[in-house]
Design a protein around this ligand. Structure first.
Ligand code: ARG
Length: 567
């Protein structure tokens, strides 16, 4: 939407500026201060060539453009090294209305990713363990990046890289054989599986014999023992069943579940390839790729006992994602603590001579910080994702029962609001930072929360339901109150926010945008009578309400947050 405005200006920039229209459009920004309008062109880059100070260039260009009487332009202001352009309210409004009318489902989308594939690895929990809150981040940040990139025209391949291989499966098999009859695997499979996992590791501390046996069992599993394989598959099934329930609640979908085990037969070939390329070196009996020139510790490829490693698996996996899944970009979403691991893996790929290592990205995220005493940690200091989501839903049910007991479809609304609250809290700050978690804030309907934004959407829906006229997107008379104008301008920024959110892989741009939109809408709602206004103003305002809903729905749906019909 903003692009139309930029193009209008770019086409009038004199030839001596020597940039194509597209280049100019890409250079343009949104003015820092909204009063300067919708388009800002920084002119610093021409200072040398024109032998003039940027403010002078901006001032002269402003004079020049003013003479051209560009359609719908109301004001051109040079500010320091920027040329700012403000378009008329009526034009902005008609642009917004038209966009909402013709482009509804795909509003804000672009085609910049046409013909390109992004393989994104997200959620990726470890079998036999329930997902932790850390996996909530890995899941929701990943799903949001998936949705946002898809809206920019990329073909997306979402992969769940299950942790489904390693010595723990030998241990689990032993534990299962020893103790399964003491647990209720029938009715509580995941809890039981996790319980024997924890128990085995506890007992192993005092009984090193168990550790040895566990390793032996794993060796048998690696050699293809059929009984062990069946048990291993059972553990995966139990775990996936649990994960899928959580994914259903959160609206998360992967295109493929390819766990670590999937790469088993590609480990030796990768080692061979590294060897052929002369990259493999021995170090204390282990095989490594040295990364001294990058000031990094060596990347461990094979341990002295012959077992392959997490890094080797990720090398095989990256090759697969590039060669077989045709990923032009490979994106990995995990905790920041795996930063070095991915840096090493990407550097090894670079040393192998593959230029596409440039297109591998690790999105590392910060940890959860709980407001003290609000959520007791279970044994092992893990807080489970499921517990957080279940609790949020239960709290919403309680709030609904107190405040709105007659509400229809209470269960659905409680899920939408509870889940929305948890997701928004997670995505509302920069992923790289730690997330504060405080139940009071997460579910504060008046504060900067998911429910607050959802409620703005519910207001729009209810206005539209009560409205008896017909929305008319071709109205031209402009709304002129400050609350209306700020809302229109903010609505017009959606496509820009979606684009930058993709380009930086930062879902919180969209989350902040949605929050600001809800606030601006509420200002408008409180200051401007809508259904009680005069007929023609009512129609204008209702059309604005309809646009607000379209754009709020789009920005929230990209974050996997739903808007209930009523709440
Ligand atoms: N299973 C790992 C964890 O829970 C994340 C895996 C990330 N993906 C990868 N290709 N290494 O931390």
């Amino acid at each position: 939407m903003i692009k139309v405005l930029r193009k209008a200006i770019a086409s009038h920039i004199p030839e001596e500026f020597n940039l194509s229209e597209d280049e100019l459009v890409n250079l343009m920004e949104v003015p820092r201060d909204i009063k300067f309008g919708q388009v800002a062109l920084p002119v610093f880059r021409w200072a040398k060539e024109f032998k003039k100070a940027p403010p002078q260039i901006a001032a002269e260009l402003a004079d020049d453009l003013k003479k051209k009487n560009i359609a719908h332009v109301e004001e051109i202001t040079p500010v320091a090294g920027f040329l700012n352009v403000r378009f008329s309210d009526s034009y902005l409004q008609s642009l917004l209305f038209k966009e909402c009318e013709v482009n509804k489902p795909n509003i804000g989308h672009s085609e910049q990713g046409q013909g390109q594939t992004i393989v994104i690895d997200y959620s990726s929990p470890n079998v036999a363990k329930p997902m932790s809150v850390g996996h909530l981040r890995a899941t929701m940040i990943g799903q949001a990046i998936y949705n946002i990139s898809q809206s920019q025209g990329f073909k997306m391949v979402g992969v769940n890289h299950l942790g489904d291989w390693g010595v723990q499966f030998g241990r689990l098999a032993l534990a299962y054989r020893m103790w399964s009859n003491e647990y209720d695997f029938e009715n509580e499979p995941m809890q039981s599986l996790f319980a024997i996992y924890v128990r085995f590791h506890e007992e192993m501390e005092n009984n090193p014999e168990l550790e040895k046996q566990g390793s032996l069992e794993f060796k048998k599993l690696e050699e293809g023992d059929a009984d062990l394989k069946a048990l291993w598959q059972k553990f995966i099934d139990i775990s996936l069943n649990e994960y899928n329930q959580v994914y259903d609640l959160l609206g998360v979908k992967h295109d493929a579940v390819l766990g670590e085990s999937f790469y088993n037969d590609q480990m030796r070939p990768v080692e061979k390839l590294l060897e052929e390329k002369g990259l493999l070196e021995e170090s204390d009996g282990a095989m490594v790729v040295r990364l001294d020139e990058f000031d990094m510790p060596p990347c461990l490829i094979r341990k002295s006992d012959g077992a392959s490693l997490y890094a080797t698996r990720d090398l095989a996996c990256a090759l697969y994602r590039h060669n077989q899944q045709k990923g032009d970009q490979l994106v990995y979403v995990t905790g920041i603590d795996q930063n070095l691991h991915f840096k090493q893996v990407f550097k090894v790929i670079e040393k192998m001579g593959y230029e596409w290592s440039q297109n591998c990205r690790h999105i590392g995220f910060g940890m959860y910080k709980f407001a003290e005493g609000k959520m007791s940690t279970r044994k092992g200091n893990v807080i489970f994702l499921r517990d957080i989501v279940d609790k949020a839903i239960a709290m919403c049910t309680q709030i609904i029962n107190e405040k709105n007991p007659e509400l229809e479809n209470k269960d659905i609304v409680a899920r939408q609001v509870g889940v929305g609250a948890v997701i928004f809290n997670d995505l509302s700050c920069d992923s790289i930072k730690d997330v504060k978690f405080d139940w009071k804030k997460v579910l504060d309907f008046e504060g900067d929360s998911g429910p607050y934004i959802q409620y703005a959407g519910v207001r729009c829906k209810s206005l539209l339901e009560k409205f008896e006229g017909e929305i008319n997107y071709s109205l031209t008379e402009a709304l002129s109150l400050p609350e209306e104008r700020s809302l229109v301008r903010h609505l017009l920024c959606l496509s820009e926010v979606m684009r930058t959110s993709y380009e930086n892989f930062k879902p919180h741009y969209l989350a902040s945008y949605a929050l600001e939109l809800a606030k601006l809408f509420n200002n408008f709602y409180h200051k401007c009578p809508i259904l009680k206004a005069e007929e023609h103003i009512k129609l204008q305002r209702m059309t604005l309400v309809s646009c607000t809903l379209t754009i709020l729905e789009k920005s929230l749906s990209l974050l996997n947050i739903e808007i209930p019909n009523k709440m």
